[in-house]
Design a binder for this molecule. Structure first.
Ligand SMILES: NC(=O)c1ccc[n+]([C@@H]2O[C@H](COP(=O)([O-])OP(=O)(O)OC[C@H]3O[C@@H](n4cnc5c(N)ncnc54)[C@H](O)[C@@H]3O)[C@@H](O)[C@H]2O)c1
Ligand SMILES: [Fe+2]
Length: 433
């Protein structure tokens, strides 16, 4: 019953609210960082930061990155300019809260007045959370949601080492709560970094599976921003450019990690996708992926990659015209082809891209028994935040998750028949455009 009421409310009541929120998003000025792009950009950023005469900088990164020596050219530039810094390299995937607490403590003890966020999304988001929590003297949990802090953080500069999350240009910091197995989002326009360096030299050692998963995260940002109801002329331009660049360059960067040109294009595409979704937001793919990340620690990009095609298929007719445009921009179809064919070609190409990148169709960790809880949490997240082109009911979300169940974990025949009936019933629900 509660399910039914929730689903009915979802299909009737939320669109006006979401339209209002979309309007606010359009009007809200979102700062855009100054970008330095190209080989050596992280050094140039270090030199530029030196001119700002900060007292002491907290460099937030992870142990893999320090071990690979990736921060050294930038910290050498800081030192050469006479800027003091301290390195916090305890970040672990998905930025868990206890680690962020240690970062806040170091920030305070060292009396830092700026932060360099250096790494993948986990390091950049940890840095944003550390900065905002320290500025407001609050626990990171108290900052979850929109604009929960009174004060903005000290200046944050970003150097992404994956391509990626786009966190170098977004208003979001995704952190994780290991106690409750949940991912939490802090959103505030003041945590957008002031400057960012897109340096392809830092990405040549990124292992192929991480290149693949993070690249698919960027693709998902672009696609969800483009098909969502809050898309604008600007977000469309960024999203479509990102999709084209990812289709041309992700397979190259995956096959040849040393290819600087492909790495640089991927870094830019990831930033463009970030610029698109920080305005237009993401959708059901992310709503589901965040639950998989919270419960099973599935890498964020991998969870998105697995759920992208099923969610796009679910959206069906509501996004056919947009999928057709994506097919043209990704060059998997040509002008003049019928819209339905183009849309199908784009869908097929997402699955083909996954296959060519070695991304599985199923998620090994996923368990049938967890699906109802995951679906409920995903619908709650989507309802509260995302301007999706087609609202999913809990049953529909469960069915989408079941597509990712590993074969050995599939429900027995009888249970499957029941879920198919529910699916058929759900399919009759009206599709909103
Ligand atoms: N803030 C946002 O707008 C936003 C958007 C999307 C995702 N996210 C969040 O970002 C996190 C994921 O970030 P991610 O996908 O970049 O992964 P990550 O930061 O967790 O890094 C993944 C792994 O790659 C390694 N790594 C990173 N750069 C490397 C390099 N250059 N060479 C070798 N190894 C390298 C890291 O050490 C780590 O082991 C998730 O928590 C996700 O929810 C945030
Ligand atoms: Fe993402």
């Amino acid at each position: 019953m509660a399910n039914l009421i929730g689903d009915t409310a979802r299909s009737l009541g939320l669109p006006p609210l979401k339209r209002a929120a979309g309007l606010v998003t359009r009007l809200l000025p979102i700062p855009q960082p100054l970008l330095m792009v190209g080989p050596g950009a992280s050094v140039r950023l270090g030199q530029a930061i030196g001119d700002f005469a900060h007292r002491k900088i907290l460099v937030v990164t992870d142990a893999v990155i320090t071990r690979l020596g990736l921060i050294k050219p930038m910290t050498d530039a800081l030192a050469a300019g006479g800027t003091a810094y301290v390195v916090f390299d305890q970040v672990t995937p998905d930025a868990p809260i206890p680690m962020i607490e240690r970062g806040i403590e170091l920030f305070r003890n060292e009396a830092c007045d700026a932060i360099v966020a250096f790494g993948g999304g986990s390091a950049m988001d940890a840095a944003k959370a550390i900065g905002l929590a320290a500025a407001n003297d609050k626990h990171p949990r108290q900052l979850v949601g929109y604009f929960k802090g009174l004060h903005g953080p000290v200046p944050i500069y970003a150097v992404p080492t994956t391509a990626g999350t786009g966190s170098e240009v977004t208003v979001a910091a995704v952190i994780s709560d290991p106690q409750n197995h949940r991912k939490l989002v802090i959103a505030d326009t003041r945590i957008v970094p002031r400057m960012a360096a897109l340096d392809p030299c830092l990405m040549t050692g990124l292992p192929a599976p991480i290149t693949a998963a993070t690249g698919m995260d960027a693709l998902t940002h672009a696609v969800e921003a483009y098909i969502g109801l809050w898309s604008t002329e600007f977000s469309d331009r960024m999203a479509l450019a990102a999709v084209g660049m990812i289709y041309q360059n992700l397979p190259v960067a995956f096959a040849d990690g040393q290819n600087l040109a492909a790495r640089e294009k991927m870094a830019l595409a990831s930033t463009f996708a970030g610029l698109a979704f920080t305005r237009a937001n993401v959708g059901n793919v992310h709503a589901i992926a965040h639950q998989l990340g919270g419960l099973y620690h599935t890498p964020h990009g991998l969870a998105n990659a697995i759920m992208l095609a099923p969610v796009l298929r679910f959206c069906g007719a509501a996004i056919q015209a947009k999928l057709a445009v994506l097919a043209l921009r990704s060059r998997v179809g040509g002008p003049g082809e019928p819209e339905a064919e183009l849309a199908q070609k784009f869908l097929d190409s997402v699955e083909a891209m996954n296959r060519s990148l070695g991304i599985p169709r199923h998620l090994d960790a996923l368990r049938e028994a967890d699906i109802p809880g995951l679906a409920e949490a995903a619908c709650r997240e989507a309802d509260a935040n995302y301007p999706v082109p087609r609202v999913m009911s809990r049953d529909e979300c469960e069915a989408l998750l079941r597509e990712a169940l590993p074969k050995k974990a599939r429900p027995r025949q009888a249970a499957r028949r029941k879920s198919t009936t529910t699916k058929a019933r759900a399919r009759k629900a009206p599709v909103r455009r």
